[in-house]
Design a protein around this ligand. Sequence first.
Ligand code: PHE
Length: 349
Amino acid sequence: MSDLRSLLQDLDSLVPDCEARLGQASSLSDLEEVRVEFLGRKGRLAKIMSGLPALSKEEKPAAGKKANEVKTALTEKIEDRQAAVERAAVLESLSRFDPTMPGRKPQEGSLHPVTLAMDEICDVFIGLGFEVVTGPEVENDWYNFEALNIPPEHPARDMQDTLYVSDSILLRTHTSPLQVRTMLEKKPPVAVIAPGKVYRRDSDITHTPMFHQIEGLLVDKNVSMADLRGTLTAFVRQLFGSKTDVRFRPSFFPFTEPSAEVDISCVMCGGKGTVDGKPCRVCKQTGWVEILGCGMVDPNVLGSVDYDAEKYSGFAFGLGIERVAMLKYGIGDLRMFFENDIRFLEQFA
Ligand code: PHE
């Protein structure tokens, strides 16, 4: 047999051999083995072709042509088989996919308890006819202190208590500047509430440098302390229940006269001072808990916004939202609000 004939025969045998091997290949790695065996650098095709140099110049083109045909055929067969194996794998994985299975739920967030309390407090006052206003957290001295009848020597202005940005710019220490801003903008009658963040240089178990307040202001003709008491009683009963009692204790704020602090009957023990015979921890056995400061708007404040103090009077109040949230949701530690522990926050979903 001539060298050419035997070489061509060898080439011809590659295709059926390869087909047989492919018939048994069931994975991509099996297929790779077959490819290496036939088409690899040291594979069967390469080995046969190593006989090429021994052929005569006339024989070489025929051998080369045949080799190319075989190479194309082998490549095609392997690729076809590979496509079939891949398709089978997809079908197999689809057969395990159950479209009727419930999906995985994305984790849903929830409103922060401070936001919940704030919304609820606002809703009560909106129901009483108050309008919501907001103002800047970075305030100047005049709005935060001066116009509120807080003189320059007042201890509240001390660097110990107030976070200053510059000599006259500061982070508001309360929402009371909104009293001033509101009265400068509107003519009486006004009835507004102003929720927002306030800042003080204070940090311990019961104080955080930032907390939330809601300011209330109502100015009209003939507004009296009785109106204040009636409004706050209605508010407290809507928020904490109709059996809640309210008491006013005389107090002092530079911007209200007279001033009072308001206590409500303890939400924990109902004012009894004990829970199941044990001392109530929320009110420390007094039966009362403080929730806000208030009073009749000082005539000096009305004067600083050009309201006629002879004609108009008003009341104002300010309450801490964290405090309300703690009482309402039975939260024992102020720090919980700011730690962002998901296990705590989830409970308000
Ligand atoms: N601004 C006072 C405070 O932060 C609360 C207050 C507001 C008191 C309005 C009286 C009237 O303590």
